[in-house]
Ligand binder design. Structure first.
Ligand SMILES: Cc1cc2nc3c(=O)[nH]c(=O)nc-3n(C[C@H](O)[C@H](O)[C@H](O)COP(=O)(O)O)c2cc1C
Length: 174
């Protein structure tokens, strides 16, 4: 499917509503709640069975998704600040809590669950500066270099933390 052309226009989100989706273990969408569809502009027919990168915004650095997948594949939950792209090209920033879905009998990972809510303008400013920097580094030097930069960034903030908590920590700092 053709990707929408990004517009420099933000979607105003309702702070009381969660944007929820679920995927299988490969990241293909199995469920989207009404608010997900309302904000993204996609219907069930356009979403179900599709890779979740359908809402990926080109401003998002690869390293964030690298960390996300490394963490959830190990069965660990993670939080991440994400900028998403709606069907009409507008964008929305959200704080996302990713959780593991397991088979109740076997305990195997059967997929993932994501619940998203709004974040403060202040956090968005800081994170968007950080992501711009990470994206620049990725373009010139690759993902390994941006990962290194991210670790240093967190160390500078006086934090000695695990990768899996990176986003939560960023969120907590400010
Ligand atoms: C439950 C779940 C929810 C996700 N939600 C988003 C999302 O809202 N936006 C997004 O860009 N990627 C999301 N992803 C990550 C995508 O699967 C994908 O890794 C990302 O969009 C980067 O695309 P790429 O892997 O094709 O580079 C989600 C993944 C999972 C497992």
């Amino acid at each position: 499917m053709l990707k929408p052309t990004p517009k420099n226009e933000e979607i105003e989100l309702d702070p009381k509503r969660y944007i929820v989706s679920e995927t299988d273990e490969k990241g293909r969408i199995t469920f989207a709640n009404d608010y997900f569809k309302e904000v993204s502009g996609y219907s069930d027919e356009e979403l179900i069975g599709k890779p979740h990168n359908i809402v990926r915004h080109p401003d998002m650095p690869k390293v964030v998704f690298k960390l996300l997948w490394e963490t959830i594949k190990q069965g660990k939950n993670i939080n991440a600040v994400v900028k998403n792209l709606a069907k009409d090209g507008r964008y929305y920033w959200i704080f996302t809590e990713f959780e593991i879905r397991r088979d109740t009998d076997t305990g195997d990972i059967i997929g993932y669950h994501a619940a998203r809510k709004t974040i403060s303008k202040h956090v968005i400013e800081i994170i968007s500066d950080l992501y711009t920097k990470l994206l620049d580094i990725e373009k010139s030097q690759g993902v390994e270099a941006s990962e290194k930069y991210l670790i240093e960034f967190l160390k500078d903030k006086g934090s000695d933390i695990e990768f899996s908590n990176i986003m939560e920590e960023i969120h907590r700092f400010y």
